[in-house]
Design a protein around this ligand. Structure first.
Ligand code: PAF
Length: 317
């Protein structure tokens, strides 16, 4: 089994480390490689950054060599896992598309692991036609503290399911079992879209509110954000219904409260991006709701307002 992980951020290295442990523990069937972003594309920088550092939840530190992917490793890949920001997915896939395995009736499986929704429609039809594409959603907390240095801050769970293509049970089980052995618990879902929407709804509330107001996740439950939360979720329920996804307002309100409590002291990914002057994933979160609202003729004033407010923060940062 040949696996390529794309992206050397917190999530990319979290999966790289745990799959690498399987290899170290004598699973000689697995060949694992990391395809980094342009910043680590040259062989000179790959020599400089030959190792990664992983700190587990018990504060144990591991250092291990990185096997950087060469074109032949991408050609041989059975699984390509993209652990990238949503706005980088289409470009990254376009860059490797010509090398991907489409021979021997053994087309590479593509796994998308990112916040937000809407990346699938940006992919070229040739990729969608040839490859099964899976979505992976995880609640693991992981922090990148320096280049190629990450800390696993919170245990979580992972959901995976087919987004596009046709796959049989054997393929679904092989993929989810492999990931489950590496970093449990991974659960396979026939209806992953429902899970994606649930996560999207949580992100549509917590991410922009924490980024705009510069607050920790837990403060989203404060009474001053209650009305906005209700309006945001109402719009999401309406748009989801138009997309044939059934969501209940009460379930979403409960979920937002739970996630905000469970991650109360955390800095959301969007707030971290804004504070660091980076681009955010807002176009794939509230921006996605805004676009679907237009498509279905549903007004989404609250989501549109927060989408625009975060875009403004990106420009000003
Ligand atoms: O994007 C994030 O930071 C997380 O998905 C979430 C759920 C908001 C918790 O921090």
């Amino acid at each position: 089994m040949n696996i390529v992980i794309v992206g050397q951020g917190a999530m990319g290295l979290l999966w790289y480390h745990h799959i690498q442990q399987l290899v170290t523990n004598n699973d000689n069937e697995i060949q694992l490689h990391l395809l980094p972003s342009k910043s680590l594309a040259s062989s000179q920088s790959q020599q400089q950054y030959a190792q990664y550092t992983f700190t587990d939840r018990n504060n144990r530190q591991y250092q291990s060599k990185i096997n950087y992917a060469k074109p032949q490793n991408i050609q041989a890949a059975d699984i390509v896992m993209l652990c990238l920001k949503s706005y980088k997915v289409a470009t990254a896939l376009n860059e490797i598309a010509a090398h991907l395995n489409t021979k021997r009736n053994n087309n590479a499986l593509i796994v998308l692991a990112h916040n937000g929704m809407g990346t699938l429609t940006e992919l070229p039809q040739s990729i969608i036609n040839k490859h099964n594409i899976y979505a992976l959603l995880t609640t693991h907390g992981c922090l990148r503290t320096a280049p190629l240095t990450i800390t696993h801050t919170g245990a979580g769970t992972t959901d995976i399911g087919l987004l596009s293509g046709i796959s049989d049970l054997t393929e679904q089980q092989a993929l989810s079992q492999l990931l489950n052995i590496a970093l449990p618990t991974v659960t396979y879902h026939q209806k992953i879209k429902q899970k994606q929407w649930l996560k999207l709804a949580v992100n549509c509330v917590i991410n922009p509110l924490t980024a705009i107001n510069n607050i920790d996740n837990g403060q989203v439950n404060n009474v001053e954000y209650a009305a906005t939360t209700v309006f945001l979720l109402k719009e999401i329920v309406a748009v989801a219904n138009a997309e044939a996804v059934n969501l209940e307002q009460v379930d979403l309100e409960k979920k937002v409260q739970e996630v905000s409590e469970a991650t109360a002291k955390n800095c959301s990914s969007m707030r971290c991006d804004v504070l660091a002057g980076r681009k955010t994933e807002i176009d794939y979160i509230n921006g996605y709701i805004h676009r679907l609202g237009i498509k279905h003729g549903i007004a989404t004033p609250e989501n549109t307002k927060l989408w625009q407010a975060v875009k403004k923060l990106e420009v000003n940062s």
